[in-house]
Design a protein around this ligand. Sequence first.
Ligand code: SAH
Ligand code: SF4
Length: 349
Amino acid sequence: MKPALKSAEEETRLRDWLTARGEPAFRFGQVQSWLYRRYALGFDRMVNLPLSLRRELADRWQAFSLVLEQELSAPDGTRKFLFRLADGACIESVLIRSGKRTTACISTQAGCPVGCVFCATGRAGFVRDLRTAEIVDQVVFLCNALNERVRNVVVMGMGEPLLNLSELIPALECLCDPGRLGVGDRHVTVSTSGIVPGIIELARFRRQWNLAVSLHAATEALRRRLIPAGHRHPIAEIADACRTYRAETRRIVTFEYVLLAGINDSDRDCRALADLSRGVGAKVNLIPCNRTEGRFLSPPRSRIDRFAAGLRYAGIAVSVRQSRGQAIQGACGQLHRVFAGSSGQTPED
Ligand code: SAH
Ligand code: SF4
């Protein structure tokens, strides 16, 4: 398989190769500009490069590492894309528009090994980690689809980003490089199910990336019911890691809390979450559960409002996530399952 561009290593190889070939010094910049400013999805688009050079480049490298398999649009403007990777694995990315604000929601793994019980991705199991280029290319594709630069990136698609840090960090560095995709650090949010060593490692980079921790339960007994043992860390350790993240980056941490009717939405749950959030100085983002084929449902609006009001009363900053893209199975992993279900397996070559 040809190596994909969009990693520091391959870009250095490309630069050296162009120099050795006797190309003028500006060639590398031209290729970079096509990749990151004009969101070219192939060398054939790079019309200011000699045809023979375009062909040779295409023989050696992949300019873009994803194949679009399916696109769905929702009436609210949300667009969802299912991609096939070179080895047949599938991932999805979502483009969310809210007024002038555009947000790319990207995947970091095909499937997810954490296996949260209410999550379509988790239920489908784990396939593999994404490579740096496969992470970056999702944003490039969304910029191409939008025909302008995406301003915000949330790492909230398929997979657990902090279990794939070695590919995620170079991808985020590329996305936030002013000479490449130029996304502002403060416009990036990494969402984790609470992988403690990953949070601490991420903190060490001291970047201004936002951290969101999918807590879903403020007591161990409840959290145990929602997240299987393999990758579940103790809440007290997660809270400590969040404090470290805050201290290192000066960024506020958000706790994500998927509201599941009759499971984690009682007044008592609300008080426990308020205490924990206060201890960490975290904001809370309540997420009404999207229906998957599992047995989990969102509480009614009145209960969501009561839960949010309880947190506010306790002095916690709280937002309730607007459900976007409902009509196109907006929740994590759902498009993949619909697609896989319709053909009985993941797409073939
Ligand atoms: N693995 C990371 C990031 C991807 S999941 C994490 O768990 O944080 C992104 C968010 O989608 C998480 O907060 C997750 O809890 C939420 N999510 C998963 N399934 C959902 C569902 N059925 N309804 C609503 N939110 C869901
Ligand atoms: Fe994985 Fe996040 Fe889904 Fe849990 S919610 S299974 S961590 S993708």
